[in-house]
Design a protein around this ligand. Structure first.
Ligand SMILES: Nc1ncnc2c1ncn2[C@@H]1O[C@H](COP(=O)(O)OP(=O)(O)O)[C@@H](O)[C@H]1O
Ligand SMILES: [Mg+2]
Length: 252
């Protein structure tokens, strides 16, 4: 399978605002694509179309070669196709224990339909240690989410998506408001997605961060894809210039 996701001619209006003006976007298996662009470029809107939050006004989409009926597409269908989104302000309840957070909305139940707390705790331990390599919280599934650092929270959310079998993990601005050390943690979680043979779309306005992990850069501008650059064909400098050029073009 070459293209895991293929979106073509995606148009999305919010009232009179044309947030997406005919966007083509694709993603391959095992690929990490960085979606770049200034505020308002349409990055979040595009990934919300992908993850079933927004229904586009026009356009087509296929996942694993299967044409998607966008009129019947939504978050639940996207999930069933293995598309999971980690939003910036994911509803991670601060006071909740980690294991509850991991299984929120998707509890493991025993044969009587009762939540299997001990299995949920055990799997949370596995997730913390093996998938994420988290050591900071002392590997306690009963620790509260509030004890995690910003980077660890992103890691937990990414690990949760992987645990539930996501093939495509979509991250919206995962490094915003994090310290440098935390950023490097998040970047290594993103690398682990790829090492696991899964794919990732990461939205960011921070080129310096995503340049460390992306296989391809897709630059958006005012509702359009301006260009797509494979990492071996572009330098960070050139990308920065292309982004600045768009911003300056808008200002003049
Ligand atoms: N839910 C919404 N309702 C109305 N307008 C929206 C909504 N979401 C996004 N927009 C508008 O669509 C455009 C693109 O927004 P967005 O996709 O959030 O950009 P980005 O993520 O690149 O900053 C902006 O003009 C924004 O104001
Ligand atoms: Mg956004």
């Amino acid at each position: 399978m070459d293209k895991l996701v293929e979106m073509k001619g995606i148009v999305k209006f919010f009232g009179h605002v044309e947030a997406l003006r005919g966007v083509d976007f694709s993603l391959k298996r095992g690929e990490i694509v960085a979606l770049l662009g200034d505020n308002g470029a349409g990055k979040s809107t595009l990934i919300k179309v992908l993850s079933g939050v927004h229904r586009p006004d026009r356009g087509t989409m296929s996942v694993s070669g299967e044409d998607i009926d966008l009129d019947r597409y939504g978050v639940a269908r996207a999930r069933s196709l293995g598309i999971e989104t980690v939003y910036q302000e994911r509803s991670l309840g601060e006071k909740q224990p980690l294991w509850r957070n991991v299984f929120m909305g998707r509890h493991l139940t025993n044969r009587w339909g009762v939540i299997d707390v001990s299995r949920e705790k055990r799997d949370t331990m596995d997730l913390l240690s093996s998938v994420l390599g988290l050591r900071g919280v002392g590997l306690d599934p009963d620790a509260s989410v509030g004890t995690l650092s910003g980077g660890e929270r992103q890691g937990l959310a990414i690990g949760r998506a992987m645990y539930f079998g996501a093939e495509i993990i979509v991250l919206d601005e995962p490094t915003t408001a994090l310290s440098l050390g935390e950023v490097s943690k998040v970047l290594s979680f993103i690398r682990s997605i790829k090492e696991d043979g899964r794919s990732c779309v990461v939205v960011s306005h921070d080129l310096g961060h995503v340049a460390q992990v992306a296989d391809r850069f897709v630059l958006m501008d005012r509702g359009r894809v301006e260009s797509s650059y494979p990492r071996d064909e572009v330098t960070v400098d050139e990308l920065m210039k292309a982004m600045l050029h768009l911003v300056n073009g808008e200002a003049s």
